[in-house]
Ligand binder design. Structure first.
Ligand SMILES: [Zn+2]
Length: 375
């Protein structure tokens, strides 16, 4: 296999769902797969060893956050992000675009890039496509993302069209700036909730023959049915022999719907964020373990889950740790929540491989989707 080859192993006969293998310099990612987010070169409260036991294969880190702290020069000096954080499997860095647009006090967006004030120390930072790629080349993840303009929701068609066109021009600058053949640069399809803009963007990106493609700018506040509509309209326009990554999506329903449309990779901060609020993901539901009904419940958190937390502890113990404000609660719930999402995608993968995807996961699809897929 080439360094970044993607092989389709099986496809569903009723939907566009597919199982595949994505080769990277740090190992193979079996798809479909959920990827946990390690914002500052750590998945919050979870060690790399614990992370590996969740079944996670590829981990994200955030370019924006690592640029602000501790800076890419230090990470590079430490041997790159894998070595720095002690995770030796495949990694992906985002471009920083999403955080620049969502978190910072934006000063100006221009054709050159975005100038913003660091929320950490107030210094003025110029983030451009070239700068994002330079930082990501220094961090050294296997997959790096193009610097894009992520329009908010709601936004006018005109505003989204301007951002989508600019994202394409920025992508061409990213390609020109990219220095490392051992890193795969993925392009990002923008276009907001406008299917024609998404289609134009996908067609333009396809021409560039990139090693992978992402759908970005979803899960930014629009209703779930719009996310599904965008993904169903856009995914078939992406090249079939390349990995497809739906950015920022990680609920059971959204992942099943996107997988049915042909998406492969997902990420979301939800499992660790929920864990820090004492919430567990159980069979796709969210349980608040502070609840009094768990105080004397001596059963495992989820009997069907094979994670360390579920094999070792009771609901009563987790409830106790949360009430006592013990940090161990965050670790144990993060281990479970990440396992819940990764193993969910792993079970979907196995179902696709044995052509049982619709039988086993069709109930997550909306009736309208399921009918149109089966028609
Ligand atoms: Zn578990």
């Amino acid at each position: 296999m080439k360094p970044f080859e993607y092989q389709v192993e099986a496809t569903c006969q009723y939907t566009a769902a597919r199982a595949g293998k994505f080769q990277t310099p740090h190992g193979i990612v079996e798809t479909p797969r959920f990827m946990p987010v390690g914002t500052l070169a750590n998945v919050k409260t979870v060690t790399p060893d614990q992370l590996q036991h969740t079944g996670a294969q590829m981990v994200l880190a955030n370019t924006y956050h690592l640029h602000l702290q501790p800076g890419e020069a230090l990470v590079e000096m430490a041997g790159g992000v894998h070595q720095f954080m002690g995770w030796h499997g495949p990694m992906l860095t985002d471009s920083g675009g999403f955080q620049v647009f969502s978190l910072s006090d934006i000063r100006t967006i221009s054709e050159a890039g975005v100038q913003f004030k660091s929320p950490r120390d107030g210094r003025i930072i110029n983030m451009t496509p070239e700068e994002s790629i330079r930082i990501q080349n220094a961090l050294g993840a296997d997959v790096i993302m193009a610097f894009d303009e992520c329009p908010p929701y709601p936004a006018s068609r005109e505003a989204v069209a301007v951002a989508t066109d600019r994202t394409y021009r920025w992508l061409q600058r990213c390609i020109a700036a990219h220095q490392r053949p051992d890193q795969a640069l993925f392009g990002i399809v923008q276009g907001g909730v406008y299917p024609d803009l998404r289609a134009q963007a996908a067609a333009a990106l396809k021409e560039l023959d990139l090693p992978g493609y992402a759908i970005g700018g979803v899960s930014v506040g629009e209703p779930p049915e719009l996310i599904e509509k965008i993904v169903r309209a856009t995914t078939p326009l992406l090249p079939p022999h390349k990995p497809r990554y739906l950015m920022g999506v990680g609920t059971h329903r959204e992942m099943v719907q996107a997988i049915a449309a042909g998406m492969d990779l997902f990420d979301c901060v939800i499992p660790t964020r929920l864990a820090r609020h004492g919430t567990a993901i159980v069979q796709g539901e969210r349980w608040n373990l502070k609840n009094a009904r768990f105080r004397q419940d001596l059963t495992p958190l989820d009997e069907t889950c094979g994670c360390y937390t579920c094999r070792t502890f009771t609901r009563a113990y987790l409830c106790h740790l949360i009430h006592a404000h013990e940090i161990l609660a965050h670790t144990l719930l993060s281990i479970h929540n990440i396992t819940a999402l990764v193993s969910f995608t792993q079970r979907i993968r196995e179902a696709i491989l044995s052509d049982r995807f619709v039988e086993e996961f069709g109930h997550w699809l909306s009736p309208e989707t399921a009918l149109s897929e089966l028609a």
